[in-house]
Ligand binder design. Structure first.
Ligand code: ATP
Length: 308
């Protein structure tokens, strides 16, 4: 769906900030998401994605700056039933069935989706009569998706939606998400996975230490991070001088192969040719991983694993 530029944006942050003690979870974020856009928030554990989403949903007020949904306070949009959210923390309700729960939640919205349709879209039609408290983690995750869809929201917010899903369920999930986005809704999802962000969003916001450090398509991020990869066979050659070649930003040695990340592949290749170091030479654009690493801080975030 083509985003509607010019109209009041679906999401607008201006200098929004939120700290927990000394931790600046969201550190002065300016952000505008147009209606109809599908946007990924991509970052490592602890980068600030969930806090950004909490501000966006009005679950906590910003310490500074403003957050608006559809031109007003988030609470207004949420109360008007314009927002559906799938959050990481959500407990199963005892005894009710999947269809009952989805019907109940949908019934609180002004124009809900028929229950069968929400279940169909979330890929759980076969679970309609099952008790919610007896589902597996992956099934429950899909019930949460159905709940987020139930009110037919203008803005769908998904915090790490595929975290508990196996490969097949992930594919089915993304197909459903795209089908919903294709109807004109705005979708914001957070993820650790570069491939998911690139494959399923029109636009990727890279979050690092509470800030948005890059904003664009996968290709734009690669270009913003700059550069290419030049690799060749060392054939026993020493490597000390390679980082001094023009354009070279970093060197990695894998077995007998050198991998140079360079800002100017032409200059690097010419210099390598002068050194006679062109055996098995390959030049490739920087990967999205390279871009992510170049755009974000490399200091490990405590406790959890880093981005893939
Ligand atoms: N309620 C809280 N109290 C204290 N610190 C918090 C709280 N919530 C978040 N933080 C801290 O704020 C920072 C940002 O956390 P946030 O959960 O927003 O990151 P995230 O990108 O969503 O991470 P993850 O991918 O692990 O969910 C982290 O350093 C986190 O420890």
């Amino acid at each position: 769906m083509t985003p509607t530029q010019g109209a009041t944006p679906a999401v607008a942050f201006a200098g929004a900030a939120k700290a927990y003690g000394d931790v600046r979870a969201v550190d002065g974020v300016d952000l505008r998401i147009e209606r109809g856009e599908t946007v990924a928030l991509l970052g490592r554990n602890g980068a600030g994605k969930s806090t950004t989403i909490a501000l966006l949903l009005g679950l906590c007020p910003p310490d500074a700056g403003t957050v608006e949904l559809f031109g007003g306070p988030p609470e207004r949009a949420v109360h008007a039933g314009r927002v559906g959210a799938m959050l990481q923390e959500a407990r199963a309700v005892p005894r009710v069935t999947v269809a009952e729960l989805v019907g109940f939640v949908g019934g609180r919205y002004p124009a809900p989706m028929p229950v069968g349709q929400a279940l169909e879209l979330a890929g759980i039609a076969q679970l309609a009569g099952r008790r919610v408290d007896r589902l597996s983690g992956g099934q429950l995750q899909r019930v949460r998706f159905a709940l987020a869809l139930a009110g037919r929201p203008d803005l769908l917010v998904l915090d790490e939606p595929t975290a508990a899903l196996d490969v097949e369920a992930r594919h089915a999930f993304w197909r459903s998400m795209r089908a919903y986005a294709g109807r004109g809704s705005t979708v914001l999802f957070s993820t650790h996975y570069l491939e998911e962000a690139e494959a399923h969003a029109d636009r990727i916001l890279v979050v690092d230490r509470g800030r948005i450090v890059a904003d664009g398509t996968g290709d734009e991020l690669r270009r913003a991070a700059g550069g290419s990869r030049v690799s060749f066979d060392l054939a026993g050659r020493p490597t000390e001088d390679l980082t001094l070649l023009p354009g070279v930003r970093s060197l990695e040695v894998r077995g007998d192969r050198a991998l140079l990340r360079t800002e100017d592949s032409d200059a690097t290749v010419i210099a390598l040719a002068r050194l006679g170091a062109i055996r098995g030479l390959e030049v490739a654009p920087a990967s999205l991983d390279d871009a992510f690493l170049a755009l974000t801080t490399t200091a490990p975030v405590p406790e959890k694993e880093s981005v893939r």
